[in-house]
Design a protein around this ligand. Structure first.
Ligand SMILES: NC(=O)c1ccc[n+]([C@@H]2O[C@H](COP(=O)([O-])OP(=O)(O)OC[C@H]3O[C@@H](n4cnc5c(N)ncnc54)[C@H](O)[C@@H]3O)[C@@H](O)[C@H]2O)c1
Length: 367
């Protein structure tokens, strides 16, 4: 555990997994947070580790996470490895008393994700799931408007994530034992989290998951290229969530469609990730949707050291995620979203897999 004088000293981080997301999001995010330092790196691929060591100038490096998470000079651990490795690394870090930010999906199943959340609570460390898209300014503003009652009684949640990944190889992402699920865990997990944030917990779901390309990049693919979920929420709202890698011609990342619509008794809201500082909204009985601007105070998370005028806003909103983690450590408060939100999304993912296999509706546990 970190002692009460944490705000007086630097928070020292270890990064486990020095691949894509560590370099794109976590390192630049940390670089913006005053009083933080990366002191140790781990990657089980020696060449990747060496590249990261040279890029960052961090001297302490190992291919074994056990040697890194147990170090006395490490306060907090960032897990940016393939999905199947998250629980073991997190539990080892928690056992060593470290705060943990883990990439999503937290685990390959709900039991493991919940075990991570419970172990972290018991140890009294901060724990966070990297549901990065919560930090899009328009999403933060939408969550605020809905929490203050602007939507009224929620009727429908709708989410559509459409990308064009064709038939290219996806490495560990196309191998069930390494990734757990395909499109479901990779892309739809964020949108399941949106649904929880904006509408609340689901009661039951039915899902369809499909492997369209059993070969990707010349290698076997045993994971879903596309997934759709129909949901009943506990508050009576209904949901439709769809995500696909095979929306030909739609491009990728934020240049492709990431659409959320929420309809309630008072009004509707539409959120599109690509339009980071706008929402569309319409009042019940009104003439149609109008575009509203996200107020400046929502352009970054409160206290974030990020200059909103610097860089591409569709890249830089992601850095606020690290600020949330750092601020929670400093102020000894829960992270938002924590491992509990990660575990809740995992329960829906498990239910989706079961539903797709059995062709049945699946009831969700009350969490
Ligand atoms: N939050 C987001 O928006 C977002 C975006 C992309 C990826 N992710 C998540 O981040 C994680 C990593 O994805 P990525 O795209 O960076 O993958 P990646 O393959 O680019 O990087 C993963 C790195 O982990 C290393 N590694 C594998 N097993 C390891 C182990 N046991 N110990 C140490 N290092 C190990 C690999 O060598 C590789 O360098 C995944 O869980 C993914 O779902 C999240």
């Amino acid at each position: 555990m970190i002692d009460a004088g944490i705000e007086m000293k630097s928070i020292n981080f270890a990064i486990i997994g020095c691949g894509g997301i560590a370099l794109q999001n976590h390192l630049p995010g940390l670089a913006l947070c005053p009083g933080t330092k990366v002191v140790a790196l781990c990657d089980n691929d020696p060449a990747t580790l060496e590249r990261a060591r040279q890029q960052t100038g961090v001297a302490v490096a190992s291919t074994k996470h056990e040697e890194i998470v147990s170090r006395d000079d490490v306060d907090a651990v960032i897990i940016a490895t393939p999905n199947f490795t998250h629980p073991k690394i997190a539990l080892d870090a928690i056992a060593a008393g470290k705060h943990v930010l883990s990439e999503k999906p937290l685990a390959l199943n709900f039991a493991d994700a919940q075990a991570m959340a419970m172990a972290a609570d018991r140890a009294g460390v901060r724990h966070m799931t990297a549901f990065t898209y919560r930090f899009v300014p328009a999403m933060r503003y939408l969550a605020h408007l809905i929490a203050r009652g602007d939507l009224g009684q929620p009727y429908h949640f709708r989410s559509c994530r459409l990308q064009d990944w064709g038939t290219r190889g996806l490495g560990w992402r196309q191998v069930k034992k390494l990734s757990g699920t395909g499109e479901l865990g990779d892309m739809l997990s964020h949108r399941i989290d949106f649904a929880h944030l904006l509408v609340g917990p689901m009661k039951r779901i039915v899902a369809n998951m499909k492997i369209v390309h059993p070969i990707r990049g010349g290698q076997p693919n045993d994971l879903d290229d596309c997934v759709s979920i129909l949901a009943d929420f506990q508050n009576g709202a209904t949901g439709v969530l769809e995500s696909s890698k095979l929306a030909s011609g739609r491009n990728e990342s934020w240049r492709s469609l990431d659409y959320v619509e929420v309809n309630g008794s008072e009004r509707s809201f539409v959120f599109i990730t690509g339009e980071w500082n706008k929402l569309q909204t319409g009042k019940v009985g009104g003439p149609g949707l109008e575009t509203i601007e996200v107020p400046k105070e929502f352009w970054k998370t409160p206290g974030s050291p990020r200059d909103v005028g610097q860089g591409d806003p569709l890249v830089t909103f992601r850095y606020d995620q690290m600020w949330e983690f750092v601020d929670a450590i400093r102020n000894q408060r829960p992270c938002n979203p924590s491992f509990h939100e990660g575990a809740r999304a995992q329960a829906v993912m498990d239910a989706a897999v079961r539903s797709a296999e059995t062709r049945q509706w699946v009831e969700l546990p009350a969490l």
